[in-house]
Design a protein around this ligand. Structure first.
Ligand SMILES: CC(C)(COP(=O)(O)OP(=O)(O)OC[C@H]1O[C@@H](n2cnc3c(N)ncnc32)[C@H](O)[C@@H]1OP(=O)(O)O)[C@@H](O)C(=O)NCCC(=O)NCCS
Length: 181
């Protein structure tokens, strides 16, 4: 029987990533999402990255960027917007993705809420993420409110999240290129 791998978790700002780390993240995310992740990775700057290494190999990754949300009847929320949760395909099913995701909320003390756009809702649900039920929209650069009924987001409550924040109300986000949510 082979020994359990030695696990190392690192947190790094996009500004401090070495070229080699950036390349490792690109390879990992491109393999996990089965698409060239270059443009998306460029968008994650500035961002924070959480990196999980097993015996020195980058096996799982997650990132977050700061965004401003507006929740109906509440106002502005400083949001940790979680991105690019991914595990190397050949390393999936070994708990690495859960390790990344369960570590994240404890890193978000400065934020009012954590949000992500899921492609695997059940994976997040089991770790405390809730599906937002209310209407979603974004604020265009011209200041217009544009509905995004085709989108789905999940939230994770943080110590600073207002207890009465109701997921059935409307939620909007600032605009950005590529993927608004
Ligand atoms: C989703 C992903 C990050 C999970 O990583 P992982 O390292 O395999 O996750 P874990 O090993 O911690 O899995 C934990 C559990 O979630 C389940 N799970 C994994 N992927 C899932 C999915 N897509 N949908 C539902 N459940 C999923 C696993 O079956 C496992 O359940 P088990 O403990 O009962 O066996 C990984 O499958 C991946 O990189 N997928 C491609 C990219 C992607 O879709 N990312 C999510 C974007 S929102």
């Amino acid at each position: 029987m082979s020994a359990a791998p030695s696990i190392d978790m690192q947190i790094a700002s996009s500004r401090d990533l070495s070229a080699a780390q950036r390349q490792e993240i690109l390879v990992l995310c491109s393999a996990a999402y089965e698409e060239d992740f270059s443009a998306y990775l460029e968008m994650l700057d500035p961002a924070m990255h959480l990196l999980v290494y097993a015996d020195g190999l980058l096996v799982s990754h997650g990132a977050w960027v700061e965004r401003e949300l507006r929740a109906e009847a509440y106002g502005r929320l400083r949001c940790a917007y979680v991105e690019a949760i991914a595990t190397l395909p050949e390393q999936q099913g070994r708990g690495y993705g859960s390790l990344v995701l369960s570590r994240m909320p404890s890193l978000f003390d400065d934020y009012d809420i954590a949000v992500l756009s899921p492609s695997a809702e059940a994976f997040y649900q089991r770790l405390g993420w809730e599906t937002w039920q209310g209407a979603l929209s974004y604020r265009s650069p011209e200041g217009e409110e544009i509905a995004t009924p085709e989108e789905q987001v999940m939230i994770h409550r943080l110590p600073r999240t207002p207890a009465w924040l109701d997921t059935r109300t409307a939620l909007s986000v600032d605009w950005r290129p590529l993927e608004v949510w």
